[in-house]
Design a protein around this ligand. Sequence first.
Ligand code: ATP
Ligand code: MG
Length: 270
Amino acid sequence: MTTRTAPAPAIEVHGLQKSYQKLHVLKGVDFEVARGSIFALLGSNGAGKTTVVKILSTLLRQDDGTARVGGFDVRTQAEKVRESISLTGQFAAVDEILTGRENLVLVARLRHLENPGAVADDLLRRFSLTEAGGRKVGTYSGGMRRRLDIAMSLVGSPQIIFLDEPTTGLDPQARIEVWQTVRELAASGTTVLLTTQYLDEAEQLAHRIAILHGGRIIVNDTLEELKRMLPPATVEYVEKQPTLEEVFLALVGDTESHDDAEPAHTSEER
Ligand SMILES: Nc1ncnc2c1ncn2[C@@H]1O[C@H](COP(=O)(O)OP(=O)(O)OP(=O)(O)O)[C@@H](O)[C@H]1O
Ligand SMILES: [Mg+2]
């Protein structure tokens, strides 16, 4: 095509539904993520964030609705989707017995890249892990482990990366380092979909923020738009802008009780 039209979104989700037995988790989820942007999916525990990420990364099948990732259908072109993405799951997937460098080399080999050692060294440098690269991951701090985990997901330069709660459990310094990494990724053209329960994380990073609640996306906007949804800031002595946390709580309210029902686990995944 020679005409310049708006590029297709990196991720397109329409009417996505998913139940685990009787538990109807996703009831019609719709959203799009623009190429090269950072999209934050917010939601309480059990809202279905990981379920969305698993469907988009082809680890789980939806019951209904469609999802395209990198232009490919997750159901019918799963192989193509997998070539376009990488996933950093909610729980770190690094091998503790290996060194940081060995973990990276392993992934580079699995992805059939030429010169896995050079790929590993480059990523170690980008993630400030050069010094630690020769040490067993078992000796790493939580932040170093998480950085290595993200570095591993970048082997082979995927166009789209999914980060499921990338900074949960990290100290403030390590969180800032991960944020910086995510910003650099987006600046280099990678599309990032991250889930988080930290509202300040979404506030810091995301171009768009969507809130998943009651099985649907109830809000999908920029931070500025979200802040405008509350009544204007009240002026007392100082002008008080609503925080994203206030916007979130006002929107989510307590219409639905916190979902901590413990349904039986199915064997359809893992
Ligand atoms: N394999 C499964 N079998 C049965 N129920 C499941 C399964 N996976 C998730 N669920 C349930 O589906 C709901 C959504 O889970 P999901 O992990 O997608 O939520 P989440 O938004 O990622 O939560 P968190 O913030 O705790 O990570 C929860 O009630 C969860 O218990
Ligand atoms: Mg989750």
